[in-house]
Design a protein around this ligand. Structure first.
Ligand SMILES: Cc1cc2nc3c(=O)[nH]c(=O)nc-3n(C[C@H](O)[C@H](O)[C@H](O)COP(=O)(O)OP(=O)(O)OC[C@H]3O[C@@H](n4cnc5c(N)ncnc54)[C@H](O)[C@@H]3O)c2cc1C
Ligand SMILES: NC(=O)c1ccc[n+]([C@@H]2O[C@H](COP(=O)([O-])OP(=O)(O)OC[C@H]3O[C@@H](n4cnc5c(N)ncnc54)[C@H](O)[C@@H]3O)[C@@H](O)[C@H]2O)c1
Length: 470
């Protein structure tokens, strides 16, 4: 059969862009299909706008707290339309990086429109059929909106439309205590909204419990109301705004409702059945190489079952481009997957949390913790809250947590230890610039190996040498 392209990639988010770019760099002829904005969720409705809003909120927070460094603390006058513009400025600045022009320049053919699989090796877009021996599905996800009585009759926000707000919400109800809910709760609170977060279980359910507690204490200290073990039942509008009723009967009032209760995959109209691709509500089923039940069709990024981060999407995009181009099987290995929640303080995790490790390995694990109150840089910044935690099984690091200012920038050496590209001994013997929070990564690594350095053999040898000199 003669195909129109070597590979068809559906979706130009982080996963599809990295994959199609990689394929073109290996000299293949990829077709990239996108129905909405190039760059997908991360650029348009996810990481970029959220981190820009968080940056605005940081400024407001610093203004309120300037007195601790000798300047007048002032209550910021927030022009929320200008904040909106700053958020969109960030998107516009990064946009060219993900643009049609850039990818066409790399050798990717880009078609705009809704893609639908019409057979195992064919895809239709706007009446035109394209064919390829390999297809990569990278259609991403969108906000999952749980069934809540009355929701269809009230306005509500998700990560899709929250960036269009040009007026600050008076009282924001956030449903969901995952990374989206908690990052947005703190940002809106610092910009001046009253905020109440209602969530099932506890906030940050996937993170280290000790680290999560530090962030939760900060958020409640900043005036965010947190309602644990909460599940939404119904919502209604009255003269004051919205009333959300929880399944246990408690009610929460607010002017706006932001739903951040997880993701669902963009399956609609994709024709997965026609191509024999199996899926369920968690996502498209894939093996470690990201092959679907139809082995010549791959699914990468948010649309498959697994971790949903921009860096995971990019990693899988690169792996699959390599596998298709060079015929080398590439398996995704997430033992050292880091993730960071950009609250203040930041919350960063890689590998297993202490609780997960205890469940799997029981008392075979050891835990090494260094608190930032012993760190000179943290003291000079008056930001001593937080810690570094290493979880080891024998001499191997299997997990790491950092909570505190800049935690996300400190997690990489721990990822390297877990991935076997470095070791606690290697990190403990590095020269770390002073004063720097990464001294605590070194300190935790050293503490975990201290017994190997200062033991009866080394002490005995030192005493022997000293006696000979005397
Ligand atoms: C508010 C928020 C903040 C986030 N912050 C972070 C963060 O700080 N760090 C981090 O790592 N991750 C973050 N994430 C997660 C991150 O945005 C996603 O994991 C990532 O964008 C997924 O990339 P993707 O390419 O798999 O999917 P997407 O970005 O969703 O891209 C899929 C693309 O496919 C297109 N598409 C879908 N169906 C079709 C079709 N039938 N035909 C043609 N095109 C189609 C869509 O239009 C979309 O452009 C955040 C997410 C949100 C919502
Ligand atoms: N900094 C980052 O890396 C970052 C930031 C934002 C989002 N993301 C990614 O985006 C994805 C989605 O984030 P998210 O926070 O929406 O999802 P999530 O699944 O991580 O968290 C959802 C939260 O909502 C709660 N919840 C679910 N249903 C509920 C209900 N009916 N009522 C009350 N609470 C309910 C859950 O218990 C959980 O706490 C995640 O996979 C995450 O990886 C990453």
């Amino acid at each position: 059969m003669k195909y129109s392209h070597d590979v068809i990639v559906i979706g130009a988010g982080s996963a599809g862009l990295v994959c199609s770019g990689g394929l073109a760099m290996f000299g293949l002829k990829p077709l990239l299909i996108e129905r909405a904005a190039m760059g997908g969720d991360c650029l348009n409705t996810g990481c970029v706008p959220s981190k820009a809003l968080i940056s605005a909120a940081h400024r407001a927070h610093d203004m309120r707290n300037a007195a601790e460094f000798g300047m007048a603390s002032v209550e910021p006058v927030v022009d929320f339309r200008a904040v909106h513009d700053a958020v969109h400025h960030a998107i516009k600045t990064i946009e060219p990086h993900d643009s049609v022009e850039r990818f066409e320049g790399m050798g990717v053919e880009v078609v705009r429109g809704d893609a639908c699989l019409s057979g195992p090796r064919s895809v239709v877009v706007g009446g035109t059929t394209y064919t390829a021996p390999r297809i990569v599905i990278a259609v991403g996800s969108r906000a999952y909106v749980p069934p809540i009585k009355g929701l269809d009759a009230v306005p509500y926000l998700t990560n899709h439309n929250v960036w269009e707000l040009t007026e600050l919400p008076g009282r924001l109800i956030v449903l969901g205590g995952g990374p989206i809910g908690m990052e947005m709760a703190q940002a809106f609170r610092r910009l001046g909204s009253e905020v109440v977060v209602a969530t099932k279980g506890r906030p940050f359910p996937k993170d280290d419990a000790d680290a999560a507690k530090i962030v939760i204490d900060r958020l409640t200290g900043e005036g965010i109301e947190l309602i644990h073990d909460a599940e939404a039942d119904a919502v209604a509008k009255n003269d004051q705004g919205l009333v959300l009723t929880l399944k246990d009967g408690r009610t929460i009032t607010g002017t706006h409702l932001l739903i951040a209760t997880g993701r669902e995959v963009n399956f609609d109209g994709l024709g997965l059945e026609v191509a024999g691709v199996r899926y369920d509500k968690k996502g498209i089923a894939v093996d470690a190489r990201r092959r679907t039940s139809a082995k010549h069709i791959y699914a990468i990024g948010d649309c498959r079952e697994g971790p949903r981060f921009t860096h995971a999407s990019g990693y899988e995009g690169g792996n699959v481009a390599l596998e298709i181009s060079l015929g080398v099987p590439t398996k995704a290995n997430y033992a050292a997957l880091p993730w960071v929640t950009y609250t203040d303080p930041e919350l960063a995790q890689v590998g297993m949390t202490e609780d997960e490790a205890r469940k799997v390995h029981g008392d075979k694990i050891t835990v090494w913790r260094q608190d930032f109150d012993h760190n000179d840089r943290a003291v000079t910044e008056r930001e001593v809250t937080g810690f570094v935690k290493l979880v080891k099984k024998g001499s191997k690091v299997i997990g790491g947590t950092v909570v505190g200012r800049g935690a996300g920038d400190l997690i990489l050496p721990i990822a390297m230890m877990i991935a076997g590209k470095s070791s606690t001994f290697g990190v403990a013997s590095l020269i770390v610039p002073y004063p720097n929070r990464s001294e605590h990564i070194k300190a935790a690594a050293f503490a975990s190996d201290e017994g190997k350095v200062f033991n009866k053999w080394s002490r005995g040898w030192a005493r022997f040498l000293a006696r000979r000199r005397g």
